[in-house]
Structures are given as C-alpha cells and as structure tokens.
Write a protein that binds this ligand. Structure first.
Ligand SMILES: [Mg+2]
Length: 234
C-alpha cells in the first residue's frame, strides 16, 4: 500500500460496532407482527420495497426505518391494521435507538495503534442524533479528529469530505464493510480502500462480484490494516 497515506476514515456501522444484526432482528419481529396478513418473507420484501422507495426522502437510519414500517403496515393490511400494531412497530424502532454498543473485535487496539501516526476520521451514514449517541456510548470518540455523518456515501459525498479535511485522495484510506458505499466511490476518486467484511449485509449494500484494484485491499479483520500500512513503510 502507498506510504503517502495521512488520513484514515472508518465506516461505523458493522465496521466499528454491531448494527445490521439489530436491524435484522427488528425486521424479523416486524414480519411476525404482520403474519396474519402475509407470510413473513413477503412482509420482508414489502418492507424493503418501501425502504427503497423512500430512501431519497428519508435517507438512512432508524427514523426512516420506522416510517417505512408504518407505511408497510398500511399497505399490507389494506389500511385495516390497528393503531396498536403501529405502536408495536414504533416500539421496535425505539428499541433500536437504545441498543447497547458492541464494539467489533480488534477495533479499539487498532485505533490505538493508528492514532499516533494518522489522522483518524469517522465517515458514516445514518441519523445524526443516533450516530452521535452511538459514538458517545462506544467510548471511541477521543480517537477521532473528525466525525462526518453523511446523508449518502457517493463519490460526490467523499469529494466534499476530502475537501473539508483538506486531504488529497492519494493520502486517504477508507476502511469499511460495504463495497458499494465504503470502497468503490473512494477508489473512483483515486483514494485507497480497505474492505473488512461483516457476516451480515443489508440487501441494499450487497455486492456479489470480486473487486480487483491496485489501491484496494481485502482484510479478514480490522487489525490486518496495521500490517498493510506497516509493509508500505519498509
Ligand atoms: Mg457499515
């Protein structure tokens, strides 16, 4: 890897801490709530459809997820579901907003090693207040020079982030679990990207091809980034 890297940005959900399993568990509960109207897998498809239709309006995060559950209840039940059912869906969302923060293995020690030599940044999507809450609870805040909560992670969004950080793409490394959101836009810009896969990925973020790029590295665990950076300095 290039030794000109000065700034390392980390995705947060499912890179620094557990997120998607909580969403999937909430979704499963939601599908059970609507079982009287549709089989669970069909409810799941309906919910995903609603989420995709609203993504450009609601963005990413729990609040949009709650609104999408409510809209799906209306559609699936032909507007006949009780307010009690709606309240149960809201409760599932509220529960998500109060989940404990479970750091992924190796995160803290990796950040501890990197903070000496690099400027560390968080670059995440999601609801502002919720991501702030998670960062605070995680105890990781002191490691970061800058926290960017982004409405999307497209090429233009990274461009803005790099401008803000006054950083050239060739000095930038992004670490994350989503090939689509954390890796591809950064490579397009000429930056470096390290993929740390997580065992579950939201359908919207799934990517099935293999990626080959001179500035891309596939890591098994987050701490493997240390070896790559170390090698580049020899
Ligand atoms: Mg992620």
């Amino acid at each position: 890897m290039n030794s000109g890297i000065t700034t390392i940005a980390f995705d947060a959900d499912d890179t620094l801490w557990v997120n998607e399993p909580y969403f999937q568990a909430a979704e499963q509960q939601f599908c059970i709530l609507l079982e009287d109207y549709l089989p669970q897998h069909a409810v799941s498809q309906e919910l995903f459809k609603t989420e995709m239709q609203n993504l450009h309006l609601y963005g990413y995060g729990v609040k949009g997820f709650i609104l999408c559950m409510i809209e799906t209840i209306g559609r699936v039940s032909g507007e006949t579901a009780s307010l009690q059912l709606v309240n149960k869906a809201i409760a599932l969302g509220r529960e998500l907003l109060q989940k404990p923060i479970e750091l992924l293995p190796g995160v803290k020690s990796t950040l501890e090693c990197l903070r000496e030599k690099y400027r560390l940044v968080v670059a995440t999507k999601g609801d502002l207040l919720d991501q702030e809450r998670k960062l605070k609870k995680s105890g990781l805040e002191p490691f970061f020079h800058h926290i960017e909560i982004m409405s999307d992670k497209k090429r233009g969004d990274y461009e803005k982030l790099l401008n803000h950080l006054d950083c050239q793409p060739e000095n930038f490394l992004m670490v994350g679990n989503s090939i689509k959101s954390d890796i591809m836009p950064v490579l397009e810009l000429g930056g470096f990207a390290a993929h740390v896969p997580y065992h579950v990925t939201w359908t919207h973020e799934q990517y099935d091809n293999t990626l080959q790029h001179p500035q891309f590295m596939e890591l098994n665990t987050i701490d493997a980034v240390l070896e790559h950076l170390e090698d580049s300095r020899k």
